[in-house]
Design a protein around this ligand. Structure first.
Ligand code: PNS
Length: 165
């Protein structure tokens, strides 16, 4: 039976850190389903379709990886795809503190375990939030995200500025 991992996140936008995590998850599971979901505590810069298509383009060369939109609960998606595990990346202790209650809730709802993977240390400073913060003020994010993502983020900030005029 094939073992499927779900890598969930809001991916607003996908970064090189997320891609590192997906590669590591794929090395441990037969299939990886990237679930682009809604974080009720965040209001995204990019719409869900863009986040899905940017991630899908970034993993197009990887076998056994697909990207789906997650409109509701992660627990429901895990059931739908027959997930063996949820895989999340940890950059440090703050990530663990945030992830711990989510892992307990997801296990409570679905019985699916969360496995934590330590990402590439060279990318430990990279998060979607920081990438957006750098880009918002005109900083260079081209070595933190795939090229189409850098373009989409800068277009989105440009549109925000135009809307504010
Ligand atoms: O990248 P993020 O913002 O940390 O991802 C959080 C996300 C989207 C994975 C999380 O908010 C989530 O699982 N949302 C779906 C709704 C859900 O299942 N909530 C209860 C379990 S935390």
């Amino acid at each position: 039976m094939s073992r499927i991992a779900v890598c969930p996140g809001s991916f607003d936008p996908v970064t090189l850190g997320h891609l590192d995590l997906v590669r590591r998850a794929r090395s441990m599971f037969d299939e990886v389903v990237v679930a682009v979901g809604i974080n009720a505590g965040k209001s995204p810069l990019l719409d869900a379709e863009s986040r899905v298509s940017l991630f899908a383009a970034a993993v197009a060369d990887l076998d056994g990886v697909r990207v789906v939109r997650m409109p509701g609960l992660l627990a429901d998606l895990c059931r739908e795809v027959g997930a063996s595990a949820i895989v999340k990346g940890l950059r440090g202790g703050a990530d663990f503190d945030a992830e711990h209650p989510m892992a307990l809730m997801n296990r409570h709802l679905s019985g699916v375990e969360t496995a934590f993977v330590i990402g590439d240390a060279a990318l430990a400073h990279v998060s979607s939030t920081m990438v957006k913060d750098v880009a918002r003020y005109g900083g260079d994010i081209t070595d933190l995200v795939p090229p189409p993502v850098a373009e989409a983020v800068s277009t989105a900030f440009g549109a925000q500025k135009d809307g504010a005029r």
